[in-house]
Structure formats: structure tokens, C-alpha cells
Design a protein around this ligand. Structure first.
Ligand code: 5AD
Length: 352
């Protein structure tokens, strides 16, 4: 039995074995991984692609990650912060067109302390009682995560970025710790959040070796969601002259993650759509099953720039769900506005 057979039979692979899966393109061609990954996805979620409404609600950030355009030291970034009213009304508009998941994503903006953020989550919960609320606001204390969970948040996205500690220290300033990031992820899971991890593909100093660490880590953590996109340089960061991550390796990793975590919710990311014109559908064909159209008020949307040339298409944003669903249909998928919970998490959802 080869390594894919082993994974499908439920075995945990070593880092070395994951390295073989990632790098041995003769034994594991892209097309084979892609076809296994899509049949696994189809057998669990069918051809459904879950559509989430993404609100990028603050571009302030206290962190200084070397790859990210929102880093604190980037004095050229245009900072904005939506008001609670603006965020709530973006969700209510989204709800009225049928969206049932809202992803509130932002930099680590200290204005949004526990009091303000829990009040916001409660308001959204009240206005959109049967919608899932996903937060993506970085590293916080266990106490803070607990309060957010109790106020009604269901899911939390916190990419681990890389599971190799040395690599982590080359992407982040000393003030950020890989250990703390892992601790946050484990805490989120323990508190009952459907938890998302994930990494960039082709970030500076990454290699098939660091990706193998990512796979071993993901297989151990078993997050409910995994976000993967190519690294794309941003002109006002220390990594401005670094190469963009490979789209084909990103697609290959999407398939491998689907095989490792059959029931994971995996977005076909904006970074992938930015890096390649067919990226979003190619991502789905590789095994992804989630898309996150932007429902941020359009005046601010162009300011949330993690990387250069971010795809900001009006036609594929939240205003135009009908077109998004049609585009998915033409590619053989069924766009779904349902909450789209992870299959194993459905049993313990308090709000349904
Ligand atoms: N290229 C691609 N992805 C990026 N992210 C941040 N900066 C970049 C970049 N330059 C990703 C990180 C982060 C997520 C919100 O966006 O993985 O967790």
C-alpha cells in the first residue's frame, strides 16, 4: 500500500512520509491527488460550495509580520476601522440575501477589546440568530476567547502560518512566538470553536520540508477548517522582493490537506484567485469547498491589503451572490448559503 492508501486507512504519517507525498510527483502526480481529493470531498459534502460573507472590519494591527501589508511598521497602509453599526449592517444585509455565515476578520486592533467585541458578537447573534459567526482577529488570551465563545461566536480562524519553529521565526519578529500561536489554537479547540489553521505556500524560507511539518501538524491538530494560499509579496514589507508562491504547489497542497482531513472546510482563497485568473475554480477542483466573498463596505475594501494586486472584484463580491452561484454552477458546483458547519461539529451547535 502506498502512503495515500495509508492515510486513507486512517494512519498518521511521519514528517518524512509527508515529505514523500509532497515531493514525489512520479508516485503522486497532481492529477491523481486532485481526483482522490475531489471524490473524498464529494462523498462528504457533495458538490456543495459554502458561501461565507467576509467583513474585513479593521486594518489596524499591533503585529509586524514581515509578509503582511497590514504590519504595524507599514506607514503607507491606509488604516480604517468600521463602526459596530457598519459591521452589523453589513451582516444584516448579507443575512437578507441569504448568507448564514459571517466572517469578521481584522488585524490585531486593540480598540476591539473584549467588551466591544463581545457586544458586537451579541448584536449579530441577535439580528441573525441562525447564522454562524466566525472570528479571525488573531492571538488573544484564553479568557478573551472564552468570552467571545460565550457571547455567541461559533468559529475562529487563526492560521498557524508555518509549523516549523525556525521558519516561523524568519517570518515574524521576536515579539511573536510560535509556541503561543499553537497554544492559542489548542485553546480555541478546547473552548469548542470550530477552529481554522493554515499556512501560506511559498513564503520566504519555506520548502517542501516546512510543508511536511505543516502536514504533520495539521494531521495532529485536526482543525475543522484549513486556509491555504500562495504567498504574494507586498511592496511595503521587508519581503517586497521575494518570489510569489507557486499556484500549482498551492493546488497540490489543497488536495493533500483534503486527503489528510476528509471533512475539513477548506476555502479556495482570495490569494489563490489573485495569483491566477482561474485560481478560485482550480482551488475547488483541487478539493476546496468554501468561498468567502467580500461584504465589506466597498469604500474600505481596497484598503485591506495583505499583499499586492489583491483581487477586489465587484462582480464577485457579496453584492452579487447570484453571479457567484452561476459561476459555481458553470463549473459543476452548487453554491450554498447554508451555515455549512463541519460535519463532526454539527452535534454540538447550541444555536440551531
Ligand atoms: N501573501 C499571502 N497571504 C498573506 N497573508 C498575510 N500576508 C500575506 C501575503 N503577503 C495571509 C496570512 C494571514 C492571512 C489573513 O493572510 O496567512 O493569516
Amino acid at each position: 500500500m502506498d502512503l495515500i492508501g495509508k492515510v486513507l486507512a486512517g494512519a498518521t504519517l511521519s514528517r518524512q512520509e509527508w515529505l514523500s507525498v509532497i515531493s514525489d510527483r512520479a508516485s503522486y502526480p497532481d492529477a491523481r491527488l486532485r481526483s482522490i481529493a475531489s471524490s473524498i470531498r464529494d462523498s462528504i459534502y457533495g458538490r456543495k460550495v459554502f458561501i461565507r460573507g467576509l467583513v474585513e472590519f479593521t486594518s489596524f494591527c499591533r503585529n509586524d509580520c514581515y509578509y503582511c501589508g497590514l504590519r504595524r511598521s507599514n506607514s503607507r497602509a491606509e488604516r480604517y476601522r468600521l463602526s459596530a453599526e457598519e459591521i452589523l449592517s453589513a451582516c444584516i444585509n448579507g443575512y437578507s440575501i441569504g448568507l448564514r455565515t459571517f466572517v469578521l476578520q481584522g488585524g490585531e486592533d486593540m480598540y476591539w477589546d473584549d467588551g466591544r467585541l463581545t457586544a458586537l458578537v451579541r448584536e449579530i447573534r441577535e439580528a441573525c440568530p441562525d447564522a454562524a459567526i466566525t472570528l479571525s482577529v488573531g492571538e488573544r488570551s484564553e479568557d478573551s476567547y472564552r468570552k467571545l465563545r460565550q457571547s455567541g461566536a461559533d468559529r475562529y480562524l487563526l492560521r498557524h502560518e508555518t509549523a516549523d519553529a525556525v521558519h516561523y521565526s524568519k517570518l515574524h519578529p521576536l515579539s511573536m512566538s510560535f509556541q503561543n500561536r499553537l497554544e492559542c489554537l489548542r485553546t480555541l479547540k478546547r473552548l469548542g470553536f470550530q477552529t481554522g489553521a493554515g499556512m501560506m505556500v511559498g513564503s520566504p524560507f519555506s520548502s517542501e520540508d516546512t510543508l511536511a511539518s505543516d502536514m504533520a501538524f495539521l494531521q495532529d491538530l485536526r482543525p475543522e477548517m484549513v486556509g491555504i494560499g500562495p504567498f504574494i509579496p507586498h511592496r511595503d514589507t521587508p519581503f517586497r522582493d521575494e518570489m510569489m508562491g507557486s499556484v500549482s504547489l498551492t493546488l497540490r497542497m489543497l488536495s493533500i490537506v483534503r486527503i489528510a482531513l476528509p471533512s475539513a472546510l477548506i476555502p479556495s482563497t482570495t490569494a489563490l484567485a489573485t495569483a491566477s485568473s482561474d485560481g478560485q475554480i482550480d482551488g475547488l477542483d483541487a478539493g476546496a469547498n468554501v468561498i468567502m466573498p467580500n461584504i465589506t463596505p466597498s469604500t474600505e475594501r481596497r484598503k485591506y491589503l495583505l499583499y499586492d494586486n489583491k483581487k477586489i472584484s465587484e462582480e464577485e463580491a457579496g453584492e452579487n451572490i447570484a453571479w457567484i452561484i452561476e459561476k459555481l454552477r458553470m463549473a459543476g458546483y452548487e453554491g450554498s448559503l447554508e451555515r455549512g458547519d463541519h460535519v463532526q461539529a454539527i452535534a454540538d451547535i447550541p444555536h440551531s
